[in-house]
Design a binder for this molecule. Structure first.
Ligand SMILES: C[S@@+](CC[C@H](N)C(=O)[O-])C[C@H]1O[C@@H](n2cnc3c(N)ncnc32)[C@H](O)[C@@H]1O
Length: 211
């Protein structure tokens, strides 16, 4: 599952965490994580929103701390909130992250029926500009939930600006690949798919990623 770029990224990233929240198929690939952290620092993406907490929350928080930024992480599962909260605390990163519990609810977006984060729990996040939107939740590996991540770009669109970076994980799956096409057509996002990283990333109107 991991290639050489992942192994290099693991060596670079692993000293930061002490091993009790392991990398697995549910996490971003290490090389993808490393790519996102590079974008944060190079483009000074100080205000980040992440959908789907986990080990990525810790790495993002650490990078954001280094540039004086802040992370808001949306999570539907209270058990994962607690797990992430305790890992952040043990890494002394708590003050750089707000963990927001948003239960999943069924909703219709366009012609799609999906389970996504309850809007009432996250509406206030639209009040501030978002420099980085990382979409790695809700879980969508079950074919019945293959397009559950679709609402993210439309919902957060009012808080995005031309230099905001939007990242979608798991684009090797058909559901996320479809979401990439729909976000491009409907939201004006120009996304580039990085197959080796298993993610797509881009901005409104321009690509301009350093890699
Ligand atoms: C794709 S995972 C998010 C993973 C996270 N962004 C990361 O890279 O560490 C989607 C959801 O599964 C749960 N989850 C988080 N980390 C997980 C892991 N390592 N294995 C399985 N499920 C995980 C959480 O409820 C999360 O919202």
């Amino acid at each position: 599952m991991y290639d050489n770029a992942d192994l290099a990224a693991l060596i670079q990233l692993n000293p930061l965490v002490r091993g009790f929240m392991p990398w697995n198929a549910g996490t971003l690939k290490p090389s993808a994580m490393s790519f996102i952290l590079q974008q944060v620092v190079l483009f000074n993406l100080r205000s980040a929103v992440e959908c789907g907490s986990g080990i990525s929350t810790v790495f993002l928080a650490s990078s954001l701390r280094s540039i004086g930024g802040r992370l808001i992480c949306i999570e539907h599962d209270p058990a994962w909130i607690e797990r992430t909260r305790s890992l952040l605390a043990s890494e002394r990163l708590s003050e750089h992250v707000e963990l927001v519990h948003a239960p999943l609810e069924q909703m219709r977006v366009g012609d799609s029926e999906v389970m996504w984060y309850a809007r009432a729990s996250i509406e206030r996040l639209l009040d501030s500009p978002i420099d980085l939107l990382l979409v790695d939740g809700p879980p969508a590996q079950d074919p019945r939930h293959r397009t559950d991540r679709y609402p993210a770009a439309g919902f957060f669109r009012p808080a995005l600006h031309t230099d905001s970076l939007v990242v979608l994980d798991d684009v090797s799956r058909s559901g996320e690949a479809e979401i990439v096409k729909r976000w491009e057509a409907e939201q004006g996002l120009r996304l580039r798919t990085f197959e080796a990283l298993r993610l797509a990333a881009g901005r409104l109107g321009r690509v301009g990623l350093l890699y």
